[in-house]
Design a protein around this ligand. Structure first.
Ligand code: NDP
Ligand code: 2IT
Length: 447
């Protein structure tokens, strides 16, 4: 059987062995359907069942997280940590706190993380974790007690050489602080490298907070460069208004673009003069309010409850909220309205049908595992600084981030060409990431 024929069978087995985990199925399909030509070139990958092994996590932890709310009532959440692959380094990947979290979402994210982390070229394996705990509307005290309970259940499985979590949706600097404090207290060790995304005041790296959003814009810049185009003067829309979105907007503005819209799960704001980032940061980061509050500060802007951000004409669209937020119709509308580039700050935000529309239209499309790898790459730089008890400057770290994004872009671009799919970053990213993991797996034998 040819390697490429094996793919259908492997995917069928994944669906059968992991019933109901639809996001995980989607993420696996998107990767394995591009690997046929690699398997044909490397029969040893087939013989050693590398794809089958990659699709089965090395370990999966599911645990109870009991906590008490401010009224003294006991609440029970479910915690997860899935270590997918540790052939390139310790398990590495964020924690997501959102009510939609279940095993299928954690596994899709962990699976993506294997290839993303390999693409960075840095020594990190792939993992993801989180909880179905809903942080919205919770007091600081409730968030702290939840994080402490979460860490109490998880700490014995972590370590700078074992598993190093960071943030994702619903987990930012505040939560990492509570998690790190509890880890330190339980273990009696100031083990800085056990978590990334820490505050630079106590062991974190400068630029980690900005890194995912900045990196996504750097990747966009590279995609446009090979087409003799640029970011300056472009009209942009960025979905979401969390960590990734805010710093994507910041870098777009620094590079001379105009961001006319962003969103949260309640709706969209449109500000034709360009989003006022200071106001937006105040609303979202300081007061943790809904995005509609932005309009109270900017009378000329509009809030559209449950609006669709992809209806707004733009040259550059950056989906930075969540999975499957941009579908086929959205993609068609973006293309019809003159969009020239889409780079994914979020993980798997475009549906497979949406991706096909972008590819058929020939616009620049950067998939998340390449375009948003700047966050985890800077986490690896944070681990490096922790291991050497050093702290780099903002400028030095941002330069490193930019070089990493340029390298990722170049590797994906050249590899897509090598496999006869010039300009297809999906194929480029999947193959570069997979080959790195595959070579290490072969070297280690059957483990
Ligand atoms: P945040 O929690 O800081 O922000 C998430 C944003 O997305 C919020 O504006 C939120 O709105 C919106 N959002 C979340 N879920 C939904 C939903 N179901 N429907 C509509 N909007 C939603 O998370 P991040 O910015 O860290 O993460 C955003 C994306 O980027 C995720 O896909 C994450 O996996 C990915 N990512 C994050 C990295 C990081 O370093 N943080 C690195 C690489 C990728 P609301 O507040 O209303 O829920
Ligand atoms: O999806 C991601 O890459 C992240 N949430 C960041 C992971 C990390 O370990 O920094």
């Amino acid at each position: 059987m040819r390697g490429s024929d094996r793919i259908e069978q492997i995917y069928g087995d994944v669906v059968r062995r992991n019933p109901g985990e639809i996001e995980f199925h989607q993420a696996v399909k998107e990767v394995v359907e591009t690997l046929g030509p690699v398997l044909d070139k490397h029969p040893e990958y087939v013989e050693h069942k590398l794809i089958e092994r990659i699709c089965e996590p090395e370990r999966q932890l599911i645990f109870r997280v009991p906590w008490q709310d401010d009224r003294g009532e006991v609440q029970i959440a479910r915690g997860f940590r899935v270590g997918f692959s540790s052939v390139l380094g310790p398990y590495k990947g964020g924690l997501r706190f959102h009510p939609s979290v279940y095993l299928g979402i954690i596994k899709f994210l962990g699976f993506e993380q294997i290839f993303k982390n390999a693409l960075t070229g840095l020594p990190i394996g792939g993992a993801k974790g989180g909880s179905d705990f809903d942080p919205k509307g919770k007091s600081d005290g409730e968030i702290m007690r939840f994080c402490q309970s979460f860490m109490t259940s998880l700490y014995s499985h972590l370590g700078e050489y074992t598993d190093v979590p960071a943030g994702d949706i619903g987990v930012g600097g505040r939560e990492i602080g509570y998690l790190f404090g509890q880890y330190k207290r339980i273990t009696n060790r100031y083990e800085s490298g056990v978590l990334t995304g820490k505050s630079p005041e106590w062991g974190g790296a400068l630029v980690r907070r900005e890194a995912t959003g900045y990196g996504t814009v750097f990747f966009t810049e590279e995609m446009l460069k090979v087409r003799d185009q640029g970011i300056e003067g472009r009209t942009c829309v960025v979905s979401g208004s969390g960590n990734v979105a805010l710093y994507a907007i910041e870098k777009l503005q620094q590079l001379g673009a105009k961001v006319v819209a962003c969103s949260d799960s309640s709706g969209v704001i449109i500000d034709e003069r360009g989003v006022d980032l200071d106001v937006l940061k105040e609303v979202k980061m300081v007061h943790r309010q809904r995005i509609s509050s932005y309009v109270d500060h900017h009378g000329d802007s509009k809030f559209i409850a449950n609006g669709n951000i992809w209806d707004i004409p733009c040259h550059i669209a950056l989906p930075c909220a969540t999975q499957n937020e941009l579908g086929e119709e959205d993609a068609r509308r973006l293309v019809a309205n003159g969009c020239i580039a889409v780079a994914e700050g979020a993980n798997m935000p475009t549906t497979p049908q949406g991706v096909r529309v972008f590819q058929e239209a020939g616009i620049a499309y950067g998939p998340g595992k390449a375009a948003n790898a700047g966050g985890v790459a800077t986490s690896a730089l944070e681990m490096q600084q922790n291991a050497s008890r050093d702290a780099w400057t903002f400028e030095h770290t941002e330069r490193r981030l930019r070089e990493i994004m340029q390298n990722i872009h170049q590797n994906c671009f050249e590899t897509a060409e090598e496999f006869g799919s010039a300009g297809n970053y999906v194929i480029g990213a999947n193959i570069v990431g997979f080959r790195r993991v595959a070579q290490a797996m072969l070297a280690f034998g059957v483990i």
